[in-house]
Design a protein around this ligand. Sequence first.
Ligand code: FMN
Length: 212
Amino acid sequence: MKKNNLAAVIFSTIVGLTAFSATSCAQETVLPAPQKSTTEGSLSKALQDRKSVRKFSDKTLTDQQLADLLWAACGVNRPDGHLTVPSARNKQDITVYVGKADGTYRYDAKGNKLVKIGNGDLRGEAAKRNAFIKTAPVVIVIASDTSLQGGNMAICGIDAGAVMQNVYLHCAANGLATVCCYAGDDVTAMQKFLGIKAELKPLICMPVGIAE
Ligand SMILES: Cc1cc2nc3c(=O)[nH]c(=O)nc-3n(C[C@H](O)[C@H](O)[C@H](O)COP(=O)(O)O)c2cc1C
C-alpha cells in the first residue's frame, strides 16, 4: 500500500472509532419506572424495605425466626445439597456462626441444626469494632474457608457478600432488623474465640433483632 493510502486508512479508522465511541457514550435510554410491588413477602417489597439498622429492642428471636433466617442466609434449598446462596464453583466455603445470650453456635445447614461450640458470648467479641452489636439478641458471623477458594480473597468476599444480602432481604421481608459490619482486618481474636483454623476467616458480622 502506498504511503498516502496507508495514512488515509489510519486516519479514517481513527475518525470512525472516535465517532463510534462518542456516539455510544452520548446515547441514553430512559427506562420505564420500576414496577414496585407492595405485596408483603414479595421480593420487590423486600428490596424496597432493605436497610441498615443499628438500634434494637430487647425482644429476642424465636427458634423459628432463627431457623428461617439461617436457611435464607445459606440453607440447603435442593435435594442435591445446593444452597440458597451461590458460591464460586459451588465450593460452599461459607460457614455461619451464631451468637446469642446462651452461647455460640455453628450453623449446620445440611442437618438444619445449631451445633454449640461454646458458652461465651460471640456478640461481645463481634462488638469490639461496632459496639451496638452487643445490643442485638443475635449476631451472625459469616466466615469463609479461604483454602476452598485457593486463598482468593476477592472470591471469598463475594461469596460472603451473597450471604449478607440474603440476610438483609430476609430481615426486610420478615420484620427483622440488621446491618452488615466488616469483621475487621485482624480477625485472630475472633478466630481464637471460635476455635477455628487460620484459613477460616470471619468477614462479616450481622447483628439481628427487632428494630427499636
Ligand atoms: C462491606 C460492608 C461493610 C460494612 N461495614 C459496616 C460497619 O463496620 N459498621 C456499620 O455500622 N455499617 C457497616 N456497613 C453498612 C453500611 O454503612 C451501609 O450499608 C451504608 O451506610 C448504606 O446504608 P443502607 O444499608 O441502609 O442502605 C457495611 C456495609 C458493607 C456493604
